[in-house]
Each structure stands twice: as C-alpha cells, then as structure tokens.
Design a binder for this molecule. Structure first.
Ligand SMILES: Cc1cc2nc3c(=O)[nH]c(=O)nc-3n(C[C@H](O)[C@H](O)[C@H](O)COP(=O)(O)OP(=O)(O)OC[C@H]3O[C@@H](n4cnc5c(N)ncnc54)[C@H](O)[C@@H]3O)c2cc1C
Length: 436
C-alpha cells in the first residue's frame, strides 16, 4: 500500500510546490492560507481519483501490486487519506474569519469572476460543502466495524456519485493558471480517470467482462459449518491458477461474495468453493442454494501463487481454518501435474482436528509428496502455532518465505514473533479474507 500511496502523494505535492514558486503572494499570511487550502483540496481529490480508479478491479495491476486484495487495501487507504485531507481542507476553509481577524483583509487577493463562471464557482462551493459532509459520514460508517457489511456495501455504492460532485467542485475552483502547468495536466488526467471509473461503477460495469454464468452441480456439507459448492462454468471460464479467488453471486439481491477457488484448474470449466459459515449469508448456505440453479462467477483474481523471491528459500505455508482453501487448490494442482511439487512446511491450524474433515483431505494430498511436511495444530488440544514452532523446521542459515492465509490476528502474532526468528524472513505474503 505504502509503495503506491507515498510516491503518489510526493508527486501530487511536488507539482503543487513547483507551481507555488511561481505564485505572487507566497509568504504572506493570506498566501499561506490560500496555498494550504489548495494543497489539502488537491491531495484529497487526487487520492479520491486514485481510489476510484483502483475500484475498477484492474487485473493488469495485480502482478505489480501483489493481487486484488492488495489493490483493495490501497483503494481503502487512498480513500481514508482522501477524507483526512478533505477534513483539513474544510477546516482551513472555515478558518478564513480567524485569519481576517488577526491579519485583516489586506493581502487577500480573491479573483473576481462574473456571469456564468461566477455562478458555477458558487455552485461548486455549495456542492463541495454538501459532498464533504456526506464523505465524513461515509468514513465514520466505514471505520465503525460493527456496521453490517451488507448494508455498508449498498451505502458504499454512493461513492462514485459523491466523487463526481467533488470532481465538479475541484475542476471549477482550481486556480485558472493551474491548467497551463504540469499540475493541471495531472489534475485533468486524474479527474477524467476518476470520472470514467465512477461512470462505470454507477452503470454496474465493473468486472463485467470477467463474469461467467454457470450452474451449481453439487452441494456438500463436509462439516456442519462448511458448505462445498461445485459449479460448472463451461468453456467460457478461461481457467485459473491455484490460490486465486473469484466473486460468486448465488443470489442477485445478495450480490457477489469473494471465495477462493479450492479446486485446481482441470480445463473443464469446473470450480469448487469451500465456504465457511462466517456471517449472515454464509450461515446455512446449503439451504439457501440448490443444485441446478444458475451462478455468476467473476474472476479469477489474486496472486497467492507461492512464487519464490529467492530460488533456494525455505517455504513455510500457514493455513488458519478456512484459509486452507488456496493450499488445497495448490495440492490438488500438484496431484494433476498442473503445478510443480515444491519443498514446503505446511502448517494447518484447526479448532478441533478430530471433527475437521479438512485434516484428512490434507493428509491424503500430502501422502504422495514427501517434500511437503504437514503439521496440524489443534487448538482443542492446546496446540497453538507460534513463531518458535515455525522456526524449528528452518535451518538458521536459510532465508524463509511465508505464505499465510487465515485470520488477520493470527497473521499479526506470527509476523511479530518471526522478528526474532533465527532465519532471515525474505517474504511474508498474507491473504486475510477481508477487504473492508
Ligand atoms: C480474497 C478473499 C477470499 C475468500 N475466500 C474464502 C473462502 O475460500 N472460503 C470462505 O469461507 N470464505 C472466504 N472469504 C470470506 C468470505 O468472503 C466471507 O466470509 C463472506 O463474504 C461472508 O459473507 P456473509 O454475508 O456470510 O457475512 P457478513 O456477516 O455479511 O460479513 C462478514 C464479513 O465478511 C466479509 N464480507 C461479507 N460480504 C462480503 C462481500 N460481498 N465482499 C467482500 N467481503 C465480504 C466482510 O469482511 C464482513 O465483515 C474470502 C474473502 C476474501 C476477501
């Protein structure tokens, strides 16, 4: 996330600073006030434009950024920072009376417009203020984790419309001279990109070209809280790599949910999902869907691909609960020769190994691959995975790469513990199963 957002902020601020040097009132109190107002507003709309473009699920950015989940993470933080800068912009705007009472009106060079331009600038100011209040409300709801995701998703769909209002505000209130300078060129690109992205979002076109309609062919419940759904997507499905996920729509009103494809690609358009009851919709899922019904699958997305940064680095795979799905797809892929068998330590954390059908599946898969060392950590028997246990299997001279899929809290604890590990950690790739 920081790899994208920090250089972006530096570029945006740099162009503002370049333009500043040419400004006539730089250095006066009103000049500082005006430039702070411009910089905060410029950063806010630039970051919001970035967030809008990232919301298009650009598959070509997956490789450089490390997968769609990372793109969404960047989208989220670009959005949060945009609201922070928008708040600063609003506070500065509200502070003009203070500046006036301290320094007087002298030096306040307000450009004067008339006619159509004046009317539009007034409208842009009013619209900007209205949109900013809605934006604050949206941020509060987003950060309030207890607000139900399914309602938040619908509310979040207002964002493209809100963006268009703010783009209008920014385009009309940016200083006219900006448009003849590099800052104006970047602003035009960002506003255009953000507006096109908003239009596509409002029209429901995001990800449409990656959607395939198919049929549910089988539904199993290997455990009371897990539903296994197999879908036939036919030739329209262009295949997937082990570890990738897709957005699955079983019910149009409910909308799409992301699930990892738990099966290897056999080239026959068949995909399987292992879905744990983790909330409203996934609870009792087997009773909400039926074999033969249509399903829409959008994807595949993601880069959970075990690519090594260093050729001889030790591979540590960690699966927490239902986070085992990308590993299952990978193991199945090895079985069908879709992928090469690597050397790896595979740690699976489960609440109760005796009642967990995944344990037997993993054992079965790993039986034929002596290079994969499976370890089960059963919390009902007090077996908790720790950084020390991971380190035990790795020679101290080796570099190790960790591929983690599971609860975010477990990832944090392990990553922290690995800071004092005797080996060099050259990569920690995490898939956390949450976007918000
Ligand atoms: C990349 C990725 C891969 C995943 N793979 C699997 C998998 O293989 N098996 C599995 O059981 N679960 C998987 N999940 C989690 C799964 O998407 C959620 O458990 C499911 O969407 C919950 O829906 P719900 O309505 O039952 O829960 P809710 O109570 O509505 O939400 C619970 C949490 O699930 C997430 N969530 C809910 N709806 C969506 C949505 N439409 N889009 C994104 N996130 C949502 C939110 O974080 C929310 O806080 C994956 C998630 C991601 C991001």
């Amino acid at each position: 996330m920081i790899r994208i957002i920090l250089p972006f902020i530096i570029l945006v601020s740099g162009l503002w600073a370049w333009n500043l040097a040419a400004g006539p009132d730089a250095g006066t109190p009103w000049g500082v006030y005006k430039q702070s107002l411009l910089l905060s507003g410029w950063l806010a709309i630039a970051l919001m434009s970035l967030a809008m473009m990232l919301a298009l699920r650009p598959a070509w950015l997956e490789r450089p950024l490390g997968g769609l989940d990372k793109i969404y993470h960047t989208h989220k933080w670009a959005g949060i920072l945009a609201v922070v800068f928008a708040a600063a912009h609003w506070l500065i705007e509200m502070g003009d009376d203070v500046i006036e009472s301290v320094f007087g009106e002298a030096g306040e060079h307000e450009p004067h417009y008339s006619g159509f331009i004046d009317t539009m600038r007034d409208a842009a100011e009013d619209i900007g203020e209205f949109a900013i209040y809605l934006l604050f409300a949206m941020l509060l709801i987003t950060l309030w984790r207890r607000f139900p995701y399914k309602y938040w998703r619908y509310l979040h769909r207002v964002m493209p419309a809100l963006y268009l209002l703010l783009a209008f505000h920014a385009a009309w209130l940016a200083p006219l001279q900006w448009w003849q300078q590099p800052i104006g060129v970047l602003m035009a690109i960002l506003l255009l990109g953000g507006s096109i992205a908003s239009g596509l979002s409002l029209a429901g076109r995001v990800g449409r070209h990656r959607q395939v309609r198919g049929t549910i062919t089988a539904i199993n419940t290997p455990a009371p809280d897990v539903t296994e759904v197999t879908c036939h997507l036919g030739q329209a499905w262009r295949g997937h790599r082990a570890g990738q996920f897709a957005f699955v729509t079983f019910d149009t009103l409910e909308g799409a949910h992301p699930f990892t494809i738990a099966s290897a690609d056999r080239g026959d358009g068949r995909v399987t999902f292992l879905i744990k009851s983790l909330g409203d919709f996934t609870r009792n899922l087997s009773q909400k869907i039926r074999a033969g019904q249509t399903v829409t699958v959008e994807g595949p997305y993601g880069c959970f691909n075990f690519d090594r940064r260093k050729r001889h680095s030790h591979q540590i795979w960690i699966a927490g609960g239902i986070g085992v799905t990308p590993f299952l797809a990978w193991l199945e892929g090895i079985g069908t020769n879709a992928v090469a068998a690597p050397e790896a330590d595979l740690h699976y954390c489960t609440r109760n190994a005796d009642q967990d059908p995944i344990v037997e599946r993993l054992r079965e898969h790993c039986r034929d691959f002596p290079g994969i060392h499976l370890q089960i950590h059963d919390s009902s028997k007090g077996e908790v995975l720790s950084a020390e246990k991971l380190a035990a299997g790795v020679p101290s001279s080796a570099a190790a790469e960790v591929w983690f899929c599971g609860p975010a809290g477990l990832a944090r604890a392990i990553r922290q513990g690995l800071r004092s590990a005797p080996f060099r950690l050259s990569r920690f790739h995490k898939e956390a199963f949450q976007f918000r």
